[in-house]
Design a protein around this ligand. Structure first.
Ligand SMILES: C[S@@+](CC[C@H](N)C(=O)[O-])C[C@H]1O[C@@H](n2cnc3c(N)ncnc32)[C@H](O)[C@@H]1O
Length: 322
């Protein structure tokens, strides 16, 4: 599996975003997702112990805090993540008795035995080794406990778009070789402007033709995707070096730096999309997880699709032990 390391996740959360979805859930999960969690939290007794697995910047604990505030009681909650947790993002959770365990893998938490009534996770549990994580979960949860996880799965719109982003990156960078063509073109125009001779003109014309051809293919490809956002990003940033309104005063060195920045963003996106698409639940991974839950005496195991604004955005897995 091509998954991100704890260090990479720590760098990611440092940016301060609440969730990993800047466009969809900028201010935390809402709609059907929030409703699921509010329903889940409404089952809790006032002395319940809750654990959030792979807590990130605390989006789910934020929803628990909102729920507890609205009910005017305090809930004991623990957030675990193998990345660094940034205390400042959790300090407003005044309705929670909060314990944070950073740099702690779900598979080995060092938390006490038989402690938790409810284990929750939002796009988190599937990142761990599910077999080892259920062993650990079974140890730290009370004999009568409930688990409730929202998880990425292979058929969801989010994961489909993840696969499509990887395809778009491959098209732009490998198949069309656009970064190299743009770099060659920038350098060829510069040479022509300095030398003004036939040879440098022919070279610049050659790259212009190749580049125009590739851009045409890029535009044709954009129509095939539900969300052509990587193609758009590349178009708006890398190709901006030819837009006088945006780069008219830039030196060649500065234009090449723009291309390096685009490359850095692209690499980071590849890491996140490979991570997302490789952890997503498949039928096979679900079967393994369900069997492991059964081994630990979990019953009422239910896996269903989760819809959000008409889109399939993952799966909901719930189970109980009693
Ligand atoms: C997609 S984020 C979700 C974070 C948060 N639950 C949310 O919904 O915003 C996945 C999180 O899983 C954490 N993670 C990945 N593998 C883990 C593991 N084995 N143990 C603990 N945390 C892990 C990452 O550090 C990251 O914070």
């Amino acid at each position: 599996m091509k998954t991100l390391s704890a260090d990479k996740w720590s760098q990611y959360w440092q940016k301060g975003t609440i969730t990993t979805f800047h466009k969809k859930f900028e201010n935390n999960y809402d709609g059907s997702i929030k409703k699921h969690w509010d329903d889940e939290f409404s089952r809790l007794s006032t002395d319940a112990q809750v654990i959030d697995l792979a807590t990130g910047n605390g989006a789910l604990l934020g929803l628990l805090n909102q729920y507890a505030s609205s009910e005017q009681y305090r809930i004991a909650a623990t957030g675990v993540d193998f990345a660094d947790l940034h205390a400042e993002f959790f300090e407003d959770f005044s309705a929670l008795e909060l314990t944070l365990k950073q740099r702690t893998a779900i598979e080995q938490t060092d938390l006490p035995d038989n402690h938790y009534d409810l284990a929750i996770s939002q796009y988190g549990f599937e990142y761990a080794d599910c077999i080892a994580a259920v062993d650990e979960l079974s140890r730290i949860c009370k004999p009568q406990c409930r688990i409730s996880f929202i998880m990425h799965n292979q058929e969801s719109q989010i994961v489909r778009e993840g696969f499509q982003s990887l395809e778009q990156i491959e098209l732009v960078n490998k198949n069309l070789g656009l970064p190299e063509l743009i770099k060659n073109m920038v350098e060829a125009i510069d040479k022509y402007q300095r030398q003004k001779n036939e040879k440098s003109k022919r070279r610049a014309d050659k790259y212009r033709d190749k580049l125009n051809n590739a851009i045409m293919k890029l535009r044709e490809a954009a129509s095939q995707y539900d969300d052509p956002s990587y193609l758009q990003f590349f178009h708006d940033n890398a190709l901006a070096v030819f837009n006088p309104a945006m780069s008219g005063n830039m030196s060649v060195k500065e234009k090449l730096q723009v291309l390096r920045n685009v490359d850095k963003e692209t690499r980071s996106l590849i890491g996140r999309m490979e991570d997302l698409t490789s952890v997503a639940m498949s039928d096979e991974k679900n079967t393994l997880l369900i069997n492991q839950l059964k081994n630990h005496k979990f019953s009422h195991i239910n896996v269903e699709q989760l819809q959000y604004n008409g889109f399939h955005i993952g799966q909901l897995l719930t189970a109980e032990r009693n």
